[in-house]
Write a protein that binds this ligand. Structure first.
Ligand code: PEP
Ligand code: NA
Ligand code: MN
Length: 616
């Protein structure tokens, strides 16, 4: 068990920002690497992050003084800040994200591949002198509790104080990690520069960045190099770059899995606890499900994580999971009292907001926080705004960064590993995909995960948006060939005792009727689906076989307190063989993009699906 805040080793009482006095071969290697990066990037000074509260306070105070962030009114939002990015630096830049593996085949068709030798030359060019006039921070971080059995550590050097403050919330940083490195623990190297060197006496801007961006992963040497962007997913390298792209490669080689999933504990009215992980593409309600408040009496949900889960087979044959992060980097718009009151409560203070709107009273606002917009605001770009302005006040990808420990329903043991009972795959689908389907076995579940697709909210009611394939919700985050990744999932199943593996389900909260209405209320009522899933796990209810998997009998759904027309319920679970043959065509097309690398077991699942549909 490894909980609680990082305690600061006594040896680390040292001058602010100075290098800790640890010794040993591990420390020598770290210092040599930091020196090497400094020689390349030429920072004005180097600051070693110790992870203390005083250091964090000083960083934020300096950023306010330099006009990089705005301190919010502590009466409404204590310890909280607003950052406004450059208008061009508001999201992950997938087109500028590269997997630089030795062989192109190892990046696969879903990633941008770059030749590692050529990329190193390019990056040596852009990073040369890129930190001139700035402070280079050395940020030792741990994903998972410091020293925990499933944890991994790394170091990010960065010239962005905003990144340092964000990493301090999203991971565990400081001397305790440096001490592990000094003692010889393996660690991952990550390098970040906003690419905006300052000339002597030059005035800095609020959000320095560069039009040229590179987010580069070297899976063969376990390194990340990120240039030109200060935005979260591009700059908090421990998160998407390390904990998903690089970690997925480490997991492939070591026999575990790094997944784009939320993690919750569901407690039923008998007090029995179950652990559920779920993979949904962006904007499909992952944070909402992570913070679910069940509408059915007697049920409770404890939050463990909302974005990343590391899963490792245990000695007992079960799959054990941790949330390697320490905070939430969530999308603000759409987060409100009626959609996710837990998130709203989590954000009471100590939060860094990015690109939301500012109220005249010094608090923040975004679309969906309240039903009615305030009469006047300053928008995310710093311009005056009123409801008549005809544009959003907050950027659609505006974010909050907040410690997980602030979540009112966080599991008391949220830093520990938990055994998985169920894995859910979902997307936003107006048609075809039922509210819930149970996979017949692990292989069928992997097939379901590999076929996940999601569509944009249809602008016109009832029209079907364009489908984006997003297998396992990992499309932008898998650090190697996705067909090999499917194979890795199959292998994990083959190596495990089938009766100890989590059961796999596909869910879809977004199915619409022919009139365009959502058929399912969603949000807290999704607990009704989890109720059924848990009774399936416990063998308490039978299921109905269908060509696409096992469906609930309607009488087994807990609809207590919910009035819903029977036709809607039936439509939620209807399976149209012709439409599903078309789904199978799309899956076949998608599989074909992998040049024959998709595992035979999944091709067989596809053939078996077609056969069952034909007979239906
Ligand atoms: C990110 O962009 O850093 C991020 C967390 O992405 P997403 O919310 O799309 O997973
Ligand atoms: Na490619
Ligand atoms: Mn995510």
């Amino acid at each position: 068990r490894n909980t609680g805040p990082i305690s600061r080793p006594l040896t680390a009482l040292r001058e602010f920002g100075s290098r800790p006095a640890y010794t040993g071969a591990g420390m020598d290697a770290l210092v040599a690497w930091v020196d090497e990066i400094a020689a390349l990037t030429q920072p004005a000074r180097i600051h070693w992050i110790d992870g203390s509260r005083a250091e964090n306070d000083a960083l934020l105070r300096d950023m306010v003084a330099e006009g990089k962030i705005i301190k919010l009114n502590p009466e409404w939002r204590p310890g909280s800040y607003l950052a406004r990015s450059a208008p061009s630096d508001v999201a992950r830049t997938e087109a500028r994200t590269f997997i630089a593996s030795a062989r192109e085949e190892d990046a696969g068709p879903t990633n941008n591949w770059a030749d590692p030798a050529e990329m190193r030359e390019t990056l040596n060019g852009v990073f040369a002198g890129s930190m001139r006039g700035r402070t280079m921070y050395v940020v030792p971080f741990s994903m998972g509790a410091v020293g925990g059995p499933l944890s991994h550590i790394g170091v990010q050097v960065t010239d962005s104080a905003y990144a340092v403050a964000s990493i301090g919330i999203m991971t565990r940083v400081g001397d305790a990690v440096t001490k592990l490195i000094a003692d010889g623990a393996p660690w991952v190297k990550t390098v970040h520069s906003v690419g905006a060197p300052l000339a002597e006496g030059e005035q800095d801007v609020a959000w320095p960045c560069n039009d040229e961006k590179y987010i580069v992963h070297y899976p063969d040497t376990l390194e990340v190099w990120s240039y030109g962007s200060g935005y979260g997913g591009n700059a908090i390298l421990a998160k998407k770059c390390f904990a998903l792209r690089i970690a997925s490669v480490i997991g492939r080689d070591e026999g575990w899995m790094a997944e784009h999933m939320l993690l919750i504990r569901v407690i039923d009215p008998r007090g029995k606890a179950y652990h559920v992980a779920a993979a949904f593409p962006s904007a499909c309600g992952k944070t909402n499900l992570a913070m679910l408040r069940p509408t059915i009496p007697g049920w409770r949900v404890e939050t463990l994580g909302d974005d990343i889960v590391w899963i490792r087979p245990g000695e007992d044959g079960r799959l054990w999971a941790i949330n390697p992060e320490a905070g939430f980097f969530g999308v603000a718009p759409g987060t409100g009292e009626s959609t996710n009151v837990t998130a709203v409560e989590t954000l009471w203070g100590n939060t860094i907001f990015t690109n939301v709107a500012l109220r005249p009273d010094g608090d923040v606002w975004w679309e969906g926080l309240t039903d009615e917009a305030p009469a006047e605001l300053t928008d995310w770009e710093g311009n005056p705004w009123t409801p008549a302005s005809g544009r959003p006040a907050a950027h659609p990808n505006s974010r909050f960064t907040v410690a997980a420990s602030q979540c009112p329903q966080i599991a008391p043991d949220w830093e520990d590993a938990v055994p998985l009972d169920a894995i859910l795959f979902g997307g936003r689908r107006a048609t075809n995909v039922p509210l819930v389907v149970e996979a017949t076995d692990w292989t069928h579940g992997v097939f379901l995960g590999s076929t996940i697709s999601s569509e944009r909210t249809a602008a016109a009611e009832g029209t079907v948006g364009e489908l984006r394939r997003d297998p396992f919700a990992m499309l932008p985050f898998c650090g190697y060939n996705m067909a090999d990744y499917f194979g890795h999932w199959l292998k994990i199943g083959q190596q495990s005792r089938f009766d100890r593996l989590p059961r796999i389900f596909q869910v879809n909260w977004f199915r619409r009727g022919s009139d365009g209405r959502f058929l399912w209320p969603g949000f807290g009522d999704n607990s009704r689906v989890i109720d059924w899933i848990i009774r399936r796990i416990d063998g308490e209810v039978p299921a109905v076989d269908s060509p696409i998997g096992r469906l609930p009998r309607l009488q087994d759904l807990n609809l207590f307190g919910l009035t819903m027309p029977t036709e809607d319920l039936e439509e939620l679970f209807s399976v149209d063989p012709a439409s599903w043959q078309h789904e199978a065509d799309l899956t076949e097309e998608f599989y074909a993009t992998f040049d024959g690398k998709v595992p035979a077991a999944l091709q067989s699942e596809l053939a078996a699906l077609r056969y069952r549909l034909q007979k239906a």
